[in-house]
Design a protein around this ligand. Structure first.
Ligand SMILES: Nc1ncnc2c1ncn2[C@@H]1O[C@H](COP(=O)(O)OP(=O)(O)OP(=O)(O)O)[C@@H](O)[C@H]1O
Ligand SMILES: [Mg+2]
Length: 315
């Protein structure tokens, strides 16, 4: 069965299920996970990292694009999934002109492999459509079908970086919860903190996520970044069963805006800028998060959840 018809079948099955059941995950037996790992011949198990934040305009796409590119520059195989369906901008940020998008995958008109778009430095991008109302209104069965399409990649990447949309809707939470790691991008604005808290709450309460990582964006220095983290961690420690780790900070950097205007990633064109150094640090840190043997799946997950952290990460 090819990937496109497989996807059609998943969609047909999802449509036949009641909505609540559709949203729930189907655990993949460990034996299947192990055999699919062998079948793909994966060198290092693939690791999905979702970049989220709740609030719009805090720098989610900027962090996702530059983290993905920094990992790619460090010789990792990386796929960047634009999961901001309907308002995609990763392709614009990287100067790409996709001829197909996720909608074509869902309609069985192409495979995920055929969607992969080469960007600079070996990075590959899965583009979402822009200005497409249908993509902005996908149901949970369709979100699950997109997530599961990655199981069938012939050559899975070492990293899948997922740029998520703003808000708390299922399109954001399903993609974030399906990733092994969630990076919350937060900037020094009250609404950014409250939205990041709200998203963390939904991820922990509804999906059992036990750890997220916070990156402070557009801050002036490390102490400002740490202060932001403390504000968020203090409230979540008190009310939520989730650990928010500090994963670094990105300064406000004019080079970043200039790179965006040139439709390039700043880590590619101005590697010694302050922002680029921060993204390289983040990429180094992400590389240390890998815990390949801790497979545990109780929700819909990228790559069959085979390198999900075990549930119940201790505080
Ligand atoms: N560290 C930074 N320094 C300077 N400008 C930045 C920085 N981070 C982000 N920006 C700018 O902020 C704007 C919003 O960034 P971005 O599009 O990444 O946010 P977003 O959270 O993905 O937004 P949306 O919710 O609309 O998808 C962009 O113009 C970007 O260039
Ligand atoms: Mg964005």
């Amino acid at each position: 069965m090819d990937q496109a018809s497989g996807l059609q079948q998943i969609l047909a099955k999802a449509a036949a299920q009641p909505a609540a059941q559709r949203a729930a995950s189907t655990p993949v037996p460990v034996s299947h996970q192990a055999s699919s790992l062998l079948a793909t011949g994966a060198r290092t198990p693939c690791r999905a990292i979702a970049v989220a934040g709740g609030k719009g305009g805090v720098g989610k796409s900027t962090v996702a694009v530059n983290l993905a590119m920094a990992l790619s520059i460090a010789d990792h195989e990386v796929v960047l999934l634009d999961a901001d369906m309907g308002l995609a901008n990763v392709d614009v940020m990287l100067g790409l002109t996709p001829s197909r998008h996720i909608g074509h995958l869902l309609d069985g008109e192409c495979t995920l492999e055929e969607l992969l778009l080469p960007a600079a430095r070996g990075l590959q991008v899965v583009p979402a459509g822009s200005g497409t109302r249908r993509l902005a209104q996908l149901n949970n069965g369709e979100h699950a079908a997109i997530i599961r399409a990655f199981d069938d990649l012939v050559r899975p990447p070492e990293y899948l970086v997922v740029d998520t949309a703003a808000g708390l809707a299922d399109n954001v939470t399903m993609f974030a919860a399906a990733a092994a790691e969630v990076i919350l991008v937060v900037c020094d604005e009250p609404a950014s903190l409250t939205d990041a808290y709200g998203l963390t709450k939904v991820l922990s309460r509804d999906y059992g996520v036990r750890r997220v990582r916070m990156v402070a964006n557009m801050v002036r220095n490390a102490s400002e970044a740490r202060a932001l983290h403390q504000k968020l961690a203090r409230v979540s420690d008190r009310f939520l069963d989730v650990v928010i780790d500090f994963a670094g900070w990105v300064p406000h950097d004019e080079r970043l805006r200039q790179a965006i205007r040139r439709q390039c990633a700043v880590v590619d064109v101005w590697p010694s800028s302050h922002a680029s150094q921060a993204f390289k640090k983040l990429a180094d840190l992400v590389d240390k998060w890998i815990e390949p043997d801790r497979a545990a799946l109780d929700r819909i997950a990228f790559f069959g959840g085979r390198n999900m952290p075990a549930a119940g990460v201790p505080k």
